[in-house]
Ligand binder design. Structure first.
Ligand code: OXD
Ligand code: MN
Length: 626
């Protein structure tokens, strides 16, 4: 079967009969060595963590509803007004547990060099001893849930499976949205598919009779990855990125290691299908650092007539070379765990429509009518709210009503512009690298070839946002938007990108572009309207793919001829346009110095192809300055 057909076919999607029914939460008794191995592992974790109960999750609606009802009764979730937001809930985290904790995230590879200078390395033997101590008895008084999950459609050709054990019901209901959970996955395990082991505890054991917190967690946090044994152990945090281990921990950090070894790429990228006015179809993957408008691009509504975008994924893409010399991509996730603030009718109407119901909100504000609100949902704040910490709030308050990293968790299938075949693999036509840059980086630049594109990707930087701890606004180097998510040495990761590119058919490899929606003028104004008008940049990119428009050569890559941009219906003054694409050789020479300093941190491990790109850039800048 041709590769494209085999990707489309997905013969074993979960339609085949499931294993025999079992009672609520019970341990499955399907026979087989692989299942014995799983049961033994679960028993070992339970013996260590000592939960009161072990509940094997079957992923059924009845089970989900029972767990959610119990969470509401226990005060862990607030049920929203079903007339305004049916099937939806609000969770409020502990104020100290609101974002990923990169400083407490570790790669425990056998050799320190395999973690590289951008990761926190820990010695695996020492870390195991430490974690065993922390997890001993950590689930006392709680239920330990066992969740078999699939990233990608169950049985799909690019899919991978894992099992998470967790003592957090919040993690459980989030994982049920973000992945495919349940017995269809157990059947895969029973049939011998390899699976990744992930263990999570909020680190808050309960003594007999002790009253629980609404959001239990521990001040001491460890998010630990063992790349050799493909395991994740996460302790102390209930926050999504630290607790939904299938997402950043597995689908990026561990999967990037699997991808390195198997010849594919696990990337922090959205995935969209763009349909031009002639109904021609293109697939784009785009890497943006956290909270840089990635969800907005994933759900783009073009403002130019005749163009459509179908959403396929908003955060992660698994990308594999096909036998046809192209790159094929899937979104391994099943839901969106998106940043709420800034998502509004005027900025991302598709996301607002996606959230009509069946959504778990975390750390947003509550309206007196029992609905949710966050900064940017509407232009004007309601006169009275309960803020994310449960306190009264009015627009005069000195802090936002919703936490800047407050989130929605919702099934991808609920997105009104989701591609009908969003669970299938699609061939990539272009890869975009973006960031939030007030200066220097033009609205769009095309790489001259794959190696130059990898060079650009290795140099992505962005002003810091609230998705991780740190000072908001500060410039942060975030190569491929993978800095916090690459499970191995990033210099080797750059080399892996070069190798993957070298294996593609040169005329079928995706073309690579850099974009920046956030450039400001010298007066501080944004120079580009952004949002739906970013479709104008996509239009140019697609016309480049079609060979319909030329480009001008610049020291940093190919730039559009300004007259080729479709600006019908918007007013962008000529000076702003020129500033949007201005390349200043002296500030770019400073960027080159920063690149050199960054590459130097890898002690000579950065591939020569990239250091040569840097020298070539400097030569081009010098000759353009003279
Ligand atoms: C996210 C992130 O939550 O990138 O997606 O931080
Ligand atoms: Mn992300």
């Amino acid at each position: 079967m041709a590769l494209a057909e085999s990707f489309a076919a997905h013969p074993n999607r979960a339609e085949a009969p499931l294993s025999p029914a079992r009672s609520f939460g019970a341990r499955p008794d399907y026979p087989g060595e692989a299942m014995d191995e799983l049961r033994t592992w679960v028993d070992e974790i339970a013996a260590l963590t000592q939960p009161d109960r072990v509940h094997w999750v079957d992923g059924s609606k009845a089970e989900h509803d029972a767990i959610v009802d119990q969470m509401v009764d226990e005060g862990r979730l607030i049920k929203l007004n079903p007339e305004l937001r049916p099937g939806s809930y609000l969770a409020r985290s502990h104020p100290s547990d609101v974002a990923r904790t990169e400083g407490r995230t570790f790669i425990a590879s056998e050799r320190e060099i395999d973690a590289g200078p951008t990761n926190n390395w820990a010695d695996p033997a020492e870390m195991r001893e430490k974690m065993t101590g922390l997890f001993a008895g950590s689930m006392r008084g709680r239920t330990m849930y066992v969740l078999p999950f699939s990233m990608g459609a169950v049985g799909g050709p690019l899919s991978k499976i894992g099992v998470q054990v967790t003592d957090s019901a919040y993690a459980l209901i989030s994982i049920e949205v973000m992945t495919r959970v349940g017995d269809a996955v157990l059947r895969e395990i029973a049939e011998g598919q390899p699976w990744v082991r992930t263990v999570h505890s909020v680190g808050a054991p309960l003594a007999p009779g002790q009253e629980d917190e609404a959001w239990p967690c521990n001040d001491d946090k460890y998010i630990v990855h063992y790349p050799e044994s493909l395991e994740v152990w996460s302790y102390g945090s209930g926050y999504g990125g630290n607790a939904i281990l299938a997402k950043k921990c597995f689908a990026l950090r561990i999967a990037s290691v699997i991808g390195r070894d198997e010849g594919w790429l696990a990337e922090h990228m959205l995935l969209i299908r763009v349909i031009d006015p002639n109904e021609k179809v293109y697939h784009l993957a785009a890497a943006f650092p956290s909270a840089c408008g990635k969800t907005n691009l994933a759900m783009l509504r073009p403002t130019i007539p005749g163009w459509r975008v179908e959403t396929m994924g908003d955060d992660i893409a698994w990308i594999r070379p096909g036998e046809d010399g192209r790159l094929w991509a899937i979104n391994p996730e099943a839901g969106f765990f998106g940043v709420a603030p800034g998502t509004g009718e005027s900025t991302n109407v598709t996301a607002v429509e996606t959230l009509w119901g069946n959504t778990v909100f975390t750390n947003v504000a509550l309206t007196p009518e029992g609905d949710v609100w966050w900064e940017g949902l509407t232009d004007e704040a309601p006169a009275h709210l309960t803020d994310w910490q449960g306190n009264d709030w009015t627009p005069e308050a000195d802090h936002p009503a919703a936490h800047p990293n407050s989130r929605f968790t919702v099934s991808a299938a609920q997105c009104p512009q989701i591609a009908p075949d969003w669970e299938d693999a699609v061939p990539l036509d272009a890869i975009l690298f973006g960031g939030r840059r007030a200066t220097n980086v033009p609205l769009v630049v095309e790489a001259t070839d794959w190696t130059h594109g990898v060079f650009i990707g290795s140099n992505i930087s962005s002003e810091r946002t609230a998705a991780a701890e740190g000072t908001v606004g500060e410039l942060r180097r975030d190569p491929f938007a993978m800095l916090p998510f690459c499970g191995y040495n990033m210099a080797d990761y750059f080399g892996h990108w070069l190798r993957v590119g070298a294996g593609l058919r040169f005329d079928r490899a995706p073309r690579i572009f850099q974009v920046n929606w956030f450039r400001r003028g010298s007066d501080g104004r944004f120079l580009w309207p952004g949002f739906g008008d970013n479709s104008r940049v996509i239009d140019w990119i697609v016309r480049r793919l079609q060979g319909e428009v030329g480009a001008r050569v610049s020291p940093i890559g190919r730039l559009p001829h300004l007259e080729d941009l479709n600006l019908d219906g918007i007013e962008v003054p000529q000076e702003d346009l020129e500033e949007l694409f201005h390349v200043d050789p002296s500030t770019w020479a400073q960027e080159a110095d920063l690149t050199e300093a960054f590459y130097d941190t890898f002690d000579g491990r950065v591939p020569t192809a990239l250091t040569s790109e840097l020298s070539a850039l400097r030569t081009r800048l010098a000759s353009s300055a003279s």
